[in-house]
Design a protein around this ligand. Structure first.
Ligand code: CMC
Length: 435
């Protein structure tokens, strides 16, 4: 008998089963043997929203939600935010190790030299309505990349995989910047290979008539840090989408487009946009108590608060809050900052939030910084998507290389009708009041 095991008694049959426990988990498939008879399919576990189900073994990102810990490949997020840059972190997340000098040079060169997109992609972006949401444009743009690189279907080949990874990390900022310029009715700016990853992104967004765009060093660094903080976050909604879609062995452009789509939602990456809208709606400190009352009455959510995993604090929120001051020295302080600070103070003292372990998450302050840097709210989730691309790809690679993974296909508990006989349309009773 294994020492780490679970003894399970099925009270329907009186039978007892011994289930091994490995890495703190039982295998759901081990439940299949628990049956009432030969006709019984076997016991399933029911877990809507994956509240207590590990869908994979991963070696990329570690979160300890109770202790507020986030580490990429073992490196604490605080240290990476302080000392690293986004491309180095992207390399780390994807490769498992920090790059050597030579590896880093090659990596930066490769990314920098894949930032341009086919001119037809520009035409695709031009086809959007003038007020199209930037995330909608990004979902489409990333999906469309798939049609330009048909060889990407060959995800079983490591060299092909690597090339698509480089292309995606390089081109997503270009598509994002096109979306931004499109909304403003401005001509799109092309990448500048002399600039850093974030410096070039700022160039593609904000370059006007100057011959050479010079990014502000503080803002360039702030964006690096924000990108580092958003690079990966283990099995969140969008990563799960990338893994699930990628498990069909579709190319990574389509899988990442699914991730962007999932991120767009207001409970996920769209939350930073919603925070700003919420703060603007509250407008002033004196209106906070009424807003909080509305949240407690169930009329609204306090956006930027709460997290499925963090039940103490979100370490990313702490770093962002500190960084906000540096950014506001260069830009102007956000007029909504006092509202945000007071909202946080009141919520953290209120039993409703305390008892539910609701703390500010990464999205509570990031929007204020983005706003101060000159981004419209629609771009906030886009910035998240750029940064998360490296994490999605690391998770996609891990999934493709994992011999235990197969096409993702959950089970269901069917509680619908049993077999029924079909009746011709004229012979069905009209539903009273319609359906
Ligand atoms: N405001 C008010 N009440 C909340 C909030 C909130 N932001 N978040 C959770 N609750 C309440 C919820 O109503 C529930 O109360 P009760 O027990 O009385 O029914 C309790 O807290 C537990 O919440 P839950 O919905 O079961 O928690 P979850 O793990 O399913 O949801 C969440 C996590 C992040 C979706 C949720 O906290 C939320 O909607 N937050 C606001 C949106 C947000 O800021 N999202 C960004 C998440 S961090 C970045 C990212 O990953 O994208």
């Amino acid at each position: 008998m294994p020492s780490d095991s679970l003894t399970l008694t099925d009270n329907r049959t009186g039978k007892t089963y011994e289930l091994p426990i490995t890495n703190g988990a039982i295998r759901a498939m081990d439940l299949r043997q628990v049956r009432t008879g030969p006709e019984d399919f076997g016991l399933l576990s029911y877990d809507p929203a994956f509240m207590n189900t590990a869908s994979t073994i991963s070696r990329i990102t570690e979160i300890d939600g109770d202790r507020g810990i986030l580490r990429y490949r073992g490196y604490p997020i605080e240290e990476l935010a302080e000392r690293s840059n986004y491309l180095e972190v992207a390399y780390l997340v994807l490769h498992g190790e920090l790059p050597t000098l030579t590896e880093m040079d090659q990596w930066v060169y490769d990314i920098t030299h894949h930032t341009w997109v086919h001119e037809n992609l520009k035409k695709l972006m031009e086809g959007f309505h003038y007020d199209a949401h930037a995330m909608g444009m990004l979902v489409s743009g990333v999906g469309a990349l798939s049609t330009f690189y048909p060889e990407a279907k060959n995800g079983g080949d490591p060299a092909t995989r690597r090339l698509q990874v480089v292309r995606l990390i390089a081109k997503v900022p270009t598509l994002a910047a096109f979306a931004y310029r499109h909304n403003l009715g401005l001509p799109y700016n092309y990448p500048d290979n002399d600039l850093s990853y974030t410096g070039n992104f700022l160039n593609m967004l904000f370059k006007a008539t100057e011959a050479k765009y010079q990014p502000n060093a503080t803002l360039e660094r702030a964006l690096e840090v924000l990108f580092i903080l958003h690079a990966d976050h283990e099995q969140n909604c969008s990563t799960n989408a990338v893994r699930a879609v990628g498990s069909s062995q579709v190319d990574p452009y389509c899988a990442v487009a699914a991730g962007v789509a999932a991120l767009y939602g207001p409970l996920h990456g769209g939350a930073n946009e919603e925070v700003l809208r919420m703060l603007a709606e509250i407008g002033s400190k004196d209106r906070i108590p009424a807003f909080i009352k509305g949240v407690k009455d169930g009329n609204a959510k306090l956006m930027g608060f709460g997290h499925r995993v963090y039940k103490n604090y979100d370490p990313r929120a702490k770093i962002i809050k500190r960084m906000a001051d540096e950014v506001f020295e260069v830009t102007r302080p956000s007029p909504l900052l006092p509202v945000a600070l007071e909202l946080e103070r009141i919520a953290l003292e209120d039993d409703y939030f305390v008892s539910r372990k609701l703390y500010p998450n990464v999205d509570f302050y990031s929007g204020l910084i983005y706003q101060a840097m000159g981004f419209p709210v629609e771009m906030f989730p886009v910035l998240f998507a750029i940064a998360r691309t490296s994490g999605w790809l690391a998770q996609w690679q891990e999934m493709r290389a994992d011999p235990e993974q197969k096409i993702a296909r959950p089970r269901q508990l069917y509680l619908g009708s049993g077999q029924r006989a079909y009746r011709e349309i004229g012979k069905r009773e009209e539903a009273p009041g319609g359906r």
